[in-house]
Design a protein around this ligand. Sequence first.
Ligand code: BG6
Length: 461
Amino acid sequence: MMNTFPEHFLWGAASSGPQLEGASAVDGKAKTVWDHWYETEPDKFYQQIGPKNVSDFYFQYKEDIETMKELGFNSFRTSISWARLLPDGKNVNEKAVVFYRDVFTRLIDNGVKPIINLFHFDMPYHLYVKGGWENRDIIHEFAFYAKTAFECFGDLVEDWVTFNEPIVPIEMGYLNDKHLPAVFDIQRAFQAGLHTMLAHVYAVKAFKENAYKGKIGIILNLTPSYPSSEDPADQEAAKWADVLFNRSFLDPAVHGTYPNELKQFIEREQIELDYEEEDLVWMKQYTVDFLGVNYYQPRRVQAGDTDPAHDVLQKYFKPYQWPDAKMNPHRGWEIYEKGLYDIAIHIRDNYSNIPWYVAENGIGVEGEERFIDNCLGEVQDEYRIVFMTDHLRWLKKGIDEGSNCFGYHVWTFIDNWSWLNEYKNRYGLVRLDLETMERHKKKSASWFYKLAKRNALPENW
Ligand code: BG6
């Protein structure tokens, strides 16, 4: 049928351990960089809400998993906390094993396939002080953690993800001050980025060599780059934005090699990188089985400056504000639904039509209590329903034209804590009351149930 999605399409939501679990200092979990940052600079966090007791999934997961079933989910993605599973990096925390095993078992028992990610921005603090992604040792620390997770949960989990948006800690921590170490240093950014990619490769290697069951992939925030005009200089700018922000992780993950343009950039900017020859051999050999794509917004760019004051990237491209852009004013992100179709076709044509799914798509809105209907006591989040419907229409077109997309996950299930905005913008299908930690379904929750159960867009309901 025209508006029906492929059989066995995955419907559900995505979240992450540090944004959902809370209990950040409970049952032996060690500190992450976020716990440390909040301890030392709480003013940096919106309304001074830190990562310690967020969303309470650690204590309410049994009821929450029942709710997932009521929302029609057949899948759910979250992440394991490295600092909870291996507090000192070496010894397994049995309490973490008990917690995660029960979560995964209950998900499966409720017909919700767990897709389990290993890293969602939450570097253990003891590794951060040793240099984090800048220290080559992190590659083997991460591979050991990955192998530990496969051993502890491999009988329950068949869909593994190494990283969520690996470029974000690099971009936000080494070319911005939004993640630690909060410096601007292109040399350090590239070395940290290379080590992140190699940590991924060595984790995939551990998975394949030991023949664990299931599949392993990576989740990338692909932002299609659109030039501001037909002018060749603007077109060139879009190419550079794509090379640096999409292809830098996409090409090695799927094709097993870095793009030549990235090598040119490294030479031109005289960036020196440490690696071993065999790293590249394993990169070529251990590519992913599937891709997750987080899509919120496109990247619009124009030609760069010949002599930028301090931001080296501005030589290559500069941001461009499209006058016709439809904006989400709460997050300051453009809403461009067709971007999802463009991604679908790009993967079909340039990335071997690898199996992929929409691993995050959603809208964060401030002050959602304005939309609570007094009689129903429910947030009337029509805007979220419209947002998802419009994106799904473009996704469906991409699938109809042959793109190998197997699912759609909304960001997110229950309103969760965010790195930069804490609880300012709410993304959930379920509202979280911050005072009581009670959960209340929003209007979009029952809409999502119908979507998932009918496996079709609303025209076919
Ligand atoms: C994604 C991340 O980039 O966007 C999530 O994987 C994040 O962790 C989400 O929360 C929404 O962004 P934000 O900054 O509004 O929370």
